[in-house]
Design a protein around this ligand. Structure first.
Ligand code: MG
Length: 296
């Protein structure tokens, strides 16, 4: 069987003919938020409905890293290497300090509680950007069902801790990522899961003082949605989809797909040289080696 589909001949150079899509861990309910720790040689990821963060170590397998996790979803590392996490249950973004204690990065805006932070990135100035759709408070499956107090915005918390809603015209913002040179910000809108809701990625120009402009539709994912995405070092965007991971060129055209047997929620680059793509896919985590390396 083939593990990929090539739409643009250039994508043929991104993949390796003999490298498989390999299931490296399974038995979960809805996995999300993969993040690679090269210094620890491990991958962390969320098993959201089971309220835990798992750790996978090559050659050793999977164990529980944190339980309960406050129904954590997306993760990233900040510029000091610390784990930054979105929590549905805590309705907050947290940072895990070097001593293991947990600090709150954001849990409210203008006196109202956040909804359920979903995905998070850290810019080169140390600011933390995250999306806050309502998914984690819509049911008791991935958090605690509760009232929505704020619109589904995108926020930036600057290094001094001051917080601003930077994008307020989304239905449900979800995955987000900067281009490697940070001149572009990509943000997915995955809608309220009703028919006809947007399922696309928008692109913003990042200007002076991180001011955003533009925001046109960059690419429509089909089938599925851009729940999570990452950029490679050349600025190609790799997005989750219902049939695997789609690779989209900076001009917005679909270059090719990595085919995965389960719906993919999110992904990250890791391993030696960041040449390995880790993909969280419903009940399992998959990995493939690529002839490509990830951006941060
Ligand atoms: Mg997501």
């Amino acid at each position: 069987m083939s593990f990929f589909e090539i739409m643009d001949p250039a994508f043929g150079k991104f993949v390796l003919g003999n490298a498989p899509v390999k299931q490296i861990a399974t038995g979960f309910d809805w996995v999300e938020g993969p993040v690679w720790f090269g210094d620890m040689n491990c991958l962390l990821f969320s098993d959201i409905p089971n309220n835990r963060i798992m750790r996978w170590i090559p050659g050793l397998g999977t164990s529980v890293f944190r339980e309960p996790s406050n129904f954590s979803n997306g993760h990233t590392r900040d510029r000091q290497g610390r784990l930054v996490s979105c929590e549905h249950g805590g309705r907050r973004v947290t940072r895990t300090e070097y001593d293991g204690s947990i600090s709150i990065v954001a849990d409210s805006y203008q006196g109202k509680r956040l909804n359920s932070p979903n995905d998070v990135i850290v810019a080169s100035d140390g600011a933390i950007w995250f999306t806050d759709p309502h998914y984690g408070i819509a049911t008791d499956y991935e958090g605690y069902r509760s009232e929505q107090e704020l619109p589904c915005n995108v926020y930036r918390v600057d290094p001094s801790g001051s917080m601003q809603a930077v994008l307020t015209d989304f239905n449900c913002p979800n995955g987000l990522a900067f281009s490697p040179d940070e001149t572009k910000l990509y943000v997915a809108d995955t809608g309220r899961m009703h028919g006809g809701d947007p399922q696309h990625i928008r692109v913003f120009n990042v200007g002076e003082n991180w001011r955003l402009s533009g925001g046109e539709v960059f690419h429509v994912i089909s089938p599925g949605c851009a729940d999570g995405m990452r950029l490679d070092s050349d600025g190609n965007l790799w997005s989750s989809a219902a049939d695997g991971v789609h690779c989209i060129a900076p001009d917005g055209h679909l270059m090719g797909k990595i085919l995965v047997p389960e719906t993919v929620s999110n992904l990250c680059f890791g391993g030696r040289g960041k040449h390995k793509l880790f993909m969280t896919g419903t009940t399992s985590v998959y990995a493939i080696s690529l002839n490509r390396s990830g951006a941060l």
